[in-house]
Design a protein around this ligand. Sequence first.
Ligand SMILES: [Zn+2]
Ligand SMILES: [Zn+2]
Length: 398
Amino acid sequence: MSPAWFLQTLVAAPFFASRAFLATFVTALVARFGASVPWLGDSRAVEVLAGAPGWFTHDVTLVLLGFVAFLEFVATKNTDARRMMDSADSWMKAGLSLLVSLAILSPSDAALFAPQTMGIGEALVALFPAALVLGLAQMRGRFFSFLGDVDEADDMGLQRLLLWAEDGWVVFGLSFAAFFPLLALVVFVLTLAVLAAAQRGATWLDAKRRDTCAVCGHLHHPTAPHCSSCRTPLEEPAAVGVFGQAASSTARDRDAHPLDLVSRKRCPFCAERLVGRGPSLTCADCGTTTFASHRDLERYLTHLDRQLPKTMLVCFAFSAVPLLGIVPAVIYYRLSLVSGVARYVPPASNMATRWTVRLVNIVLICGQPIPILGAFLLPLMAGTNYALYRRALLRAAR
Ligand SMILES: [Zn+2]
Ligand SMILES: [Zn+2]
């Protein structure tokens, strides 16, 4: 084992934590063709990769890896596929990183499949980058599931944008790291420092956003109507914002406030975030279940129905800006109204509804440039989208 090998596997860790198959594909490409890159090809780092066993850089392996990397690329852009992979994701990435480290470590084809021919110390050293990948991948998973909680259907497009940026960072960053590992190590350490600072900042912000229960001292979200621990009603909870955050004003209507919390996927009793998909979600903190009875659901839907005219009116105003008005209008009606029903529709019917909604929207958007008539299509889009998800929720609850 050489220090160059260790450095190489270490700097590759963040890329494996992002996209394991794409990172493997890029590593295999550099191992195969890196040495023939003018000026850079004779660096010690590329030499290490070029020493990878023949099967790793074989045409068949490259084609297969390219194909799997493409599937991974497609799957990460699909919300349902991403949710399905979430649970095993970080372990799979760590496993793949371990395999690739071992492959580069053992230039003989047989060694990978017969670890006893390899020094046990070397095999143990390969566990280090793999553990790093596991930690980073779990951190990344927590970050994306936080974003998914805040904006379930990615209406703002932030998750999609980050996922695309990640693809670019893996392809260019990993190629760069392969040729300049020392420089990449500096960037890597700096990135870790920034990530650690960001995480501390987030924890600090989260604690700052909490209030203390006067009776039992339990920390609760500022929007909470009750303390989840001693169940005491709390005075003047803060109003809930579009992303489920606490607004600076207090909730004016105490009866409507729990319904507003539910529409932001927070517990109507203690305001903690609800986890999972489907109409009946149980709060992990206080045990309250959403829509325990059909009456609860009807009360909730009536509450949302009342907001529909205002939403349609705002969409009508957006129609004044031809074409460009579509994007903010869709973001607005989804965040303010449609997500309130869509986030309680179980995955299977959610997928079916989403495709129907897309089809309807495409037809309606095509009519948008028509004068006068076009102005009514955005409010119509808001209305039909809401009605479709509303119907799917009612059907799922039955
Ligand atoms: Zn309390
Ligand atoms: Zn609760």
